[in-house]
Design a protein around this ligand. Structure first.
Ligand SMILES: [Zn+2]
Length: 220
């Protein structure tokens, strides 16, 4: 059975976990937080009865209730624990709301040679990056965590996370099946309210990228 780690059980993690599990992928769901009332408008896999419960285990329960296979871990995903939690995962998908976690997930995936998807949503849009070593990586494009606005501070329109999470799930399922068409590309949705088309941007490996350099050392 194909296995995936889903980092984050919120607005992106919900459609990711449910989508991958419905495609027959076993999921490990990692999130340190508990369900809050203010989450429910965008994290529609939770209900008011779940408030106060750990997001990871509630989402894992929702997967299992639909016939899927899931484990929930109530903790923040870090590279230190990665081998224990994600060591048997074939791919890893980030839907967290934390730039440092996104870099940690991508760096670990690159270092260990795993395909990965990093999804982000804010306000009315978002983006989804697909990587599969030795493709250009997340750090090739973004270099360092920036002090980006978060959903906590800037907000996000509820259905936007469902849209971005759905795209990320579809791309992750493709990777799980060995489809590397979009490795080294980012899907950009600037504002889903407008007529502007989404963009799929393929980017090149960046000379001197430390994540790619570590991967090349491992592979050498
Ligand atoms: Zn790189």
């Amino acid at each position: 059975m194909t296995r995936a780690t889903i980092v984050g059980a919120g607005g992106l993690g919900g459609p990711l976990a449910l989508g991958l599990a419905a495609a027959g992928i076993e999921v490990a769901i990692v999130d340190p937080d508990r369900v809050e009332l203010s989450n429910l408008h965008r994290q529609v896999h939770f209900s008011s009865a779940d408030v106060g419960q750990p997001k990871a285990s509630v989402l894992a329960g929702a997967v299992v209730a639909r016939g899927g296979t899931a484990k929930g871990y109530q903790l923040r995903w870090t590279a230190e624990d990665a081998d224990d939690i994600s060591g048997d995962s074939d791919l890893i998908v980030d839907g967290s709301d934390d730039p440092a976690t996104k870099f940690a997930v991508a760096d670990w995936a690159v270092r260990t040679g795993r395909p990965y998807v990093i999804a982000a949503a804010i306000r009315y849009g978002g983006n989804v990056l697909v990587g599969a070593p030795p493709s250009a990586c997340y750090r090739c494009l973004f270099e360092e965590p920036a002090d980006a606005a978060s959903c906590q501070t800037a907000g996000v329109l509820g259905p936007v996370v469902g849209a971005i999470g759905g795209v990320a799930a579809a791309l992750a399922i493709g990777l799980a099946k060995g489809d590397r068409t979009h490795a080294g590309s980012i899907f950009v949705f600037d504002d889903l309210r407008t007529k502007q088309d989404p963009r799929i941007v393929r980017f090149e490996p960046r000379a001197g990228c430390p994540a790619c350099a570590a991967q090349q050392r491992m592979g050498a």
